[in-house]
Write a protein that binds this ligand. Sequence first.
Ligand code: PMP
Length: 340
Amino acid sequence: MARYNSVIDAIGNTPLIRLNRASEETGCEIYGKAEFMNPGQSVKDRAGLFIIRDAQEKGLLEPGGIIVEGTAGNTGIGLALVANALGYKTVIVIPETQSEEKKDALRLMGADLVEVPAVPYRNPNNYVKLSGRLARQIALTHPHGAIWANQFDNVANREGHVVTTAEEIWHQTGGDVDGFICAVGTGGTLAGTATGLKRRSGRIKIGLADPRGAALFSYYTSGELSSSGDSITEGIGQGRITANLEGFTPDFAYQIGDEEALPVIFNLVREEGLCLGGSSGINIAGAIRMAKEMGPGHTIVTVLCDYGNRYQSKLFNPAFLKEKGLPAPDWIGRPTQIDI
Ligand code: PMP
């Protein structure tokens, strides 16, 4: 095992884990990149690191400065851990609807948390726009200044995946990779990894796995940004072409409903010992669809974005699932079967 001088060096270089049921079902080799093994337990540590490094290189961050961001949670956690390790502070704007577990993780890191109502992007009080305004306001008064991380339109996010995620996948598979697919929050993971892999080999196919309520499936299949329905997944589901998505086009696009993604998540816990968040379910269901479309014998990689404990109160809570009209597996919340 490697020896590191800082937690920052432990970001990235995550393993690929074979998803056995998905592979057997499709006759393909389907692998998940275990991003939940990053120190902040999600794929967004990479964005946090690259955004902060980029700001440092551009001379935008003073020692003791504040990093402000609007996030569904994971980017905030990634930014906070890198910021703490490097001597910065974080102010995180998060929609109230996001899981309490992610908010607790942010509080634990010492981030200043601003919870706001979840309103659409076109509303000026949307968490992303509000975080931008807050950053400008804090920058005027704080003695060490402030920056806005701006993960959606800051392409340092995508660049992190071009130079790390894509390269890791290429080397881990020995170049034997035919497809990569994942969902989009900012688009950094999908567009960045796609760019890096296509640079390695133009024959690698890229897929988009879009949850209901997002507009990208419609955009890439019909040219129109339109959406309907919704999803209990967090951190994904984009309604516009962010700067991170500019210039990107997938080879395949799928819309995945929660009723398709959730059984994947629940089966993985019981059959493969992998407990993942909802966006990973969308990703794996997308990988299964892409494998079926490409045919047996292909190697397809997707992303295991974060760990299931981040959603214990929602995705793994029978009362929450019932309220949403989604089926809960019988083993969650079941009294023990052992008599003593
Ligand atoms: N899954 C989860 C759980 C996330 O928090 C995020 C980031 N918002 C994503 C997937 C999507 O990643 P990206 O922002 O790189 O598109």
